[in-house]
Design a protein around this ligand. Structure first.
Ligand code: PGA
Length: 252
């Protein structure tokens, strides 16, 4: 039985005052969380402040990105996996479509980052997903397969025991358009079946989150699908009440 996992991706939002207000709201409601793993992923600059503001251990912390380079050194502006670990991060979002589209991250770079995160003892939340054009032109499955294959060929299927996958259709991110539960389920089942060809046990146990315009009003139906094990939440994770409501919708 997979324990659902909901993570909040704050993206580049916030200020110290905003973080304090949001985390205070999460602290006061965290006692309501049962049967679901929960993480929040603030901007790196606020990770330490967020951790110091959190008064509950039912909510873990993740980062939104990290350097591909595992070692300290002359890499101006970068932050390493071991630094995130040192700060107290348990997760790191990797290969988010915004990083792929805006910063040109390739499948090979994402795969390398997954390897480096795993070596540092951080659980990667590996994002995959197709654009609307890829979906409409019938290459959705091959796009997602290539995104997964790059990582699988580098770290191997056994390493996926410690990986979370987030299926995020690019056309549903921040647009208010959500994949229908059936559309999302189809892709989640495809991903699980692909992994099952390599290792049935890993495939059965891996958490596959859905991300893309999840809100309190649509979360329950999405999370009720057999292969959807929680969500990666952008906009709605910036509001404590909405985020907690979404987490509770994933509870088993
Ligand atoms: P959204 O973002 O919930 O605002 O659509 C999801 C994500 O990008 O992880």
């Amino acid at each position: 039985m997979r324990k659902p996992f909901v993570a909040g991706n704050w993206k580049m939002h916030g200020s110290k005052a905003f973080v304090l207000n949001l985390v205070t709201g999460l602290n006061s409601k965290s006692g309501e969380l049962k049967g679901v793993d929960v993480a929040i992923c603030p901007p790196s600059l606020y990770i330490d402040y967020t951790l110091r503001s959190l008064s509950t251990d039912t909510i873990s912390i993740g980062a939104q990105n990290m350097a591909e380079e595992p070692h300290q050194g002359a890499f101006t502006g970068e932050g390493s996996a071991s630094m995130l670990k040192d700060l107290g991060c348990r997760y790191v979002i990797l290969g988010h479509s915004e990083r792929r589209a805006i910063y040109g991250e390739t499948n090979a770079e994402v795969a390398n980052k997954v390897r480096v995160a795993l070596e540092a003892g951080i659980t990667p939340i590996l994002c995959v997903g197709e654009t609307l054009q890829e979906r409409e032109s019938g290459v959705m499955e091959s796009v997602i397969s290539e995104q997964l294959d790059a990582v699988l060929s580098l770290v191997g299927i056994a390493a996926f025991k410690a990986v979370v996958i987030a299926y995020e259709p690019v056309w549903a991110i921040g647009t208010g358009v959500t994949a229908s539960p059936a559309q999302a389920q189809d892709v989640h089942a495809f991903i699980r079946a692909k992994l099952a060809q390599l290792d049935a046990v890993v495939a059965e146990n891996i958490i596959i989150q859905y991300g893309g315009s999840v809100k309190p009003g649509n979360a329950k139906e999405l999370f009720g699908q057999p292969d959807i094990d929680g969500g990666l939440i952008g906009g709605a994770s910036l509001d404590a009440d909405d985020f907690i409501a979404i987490c509770k919708a994933a509870e088993v």
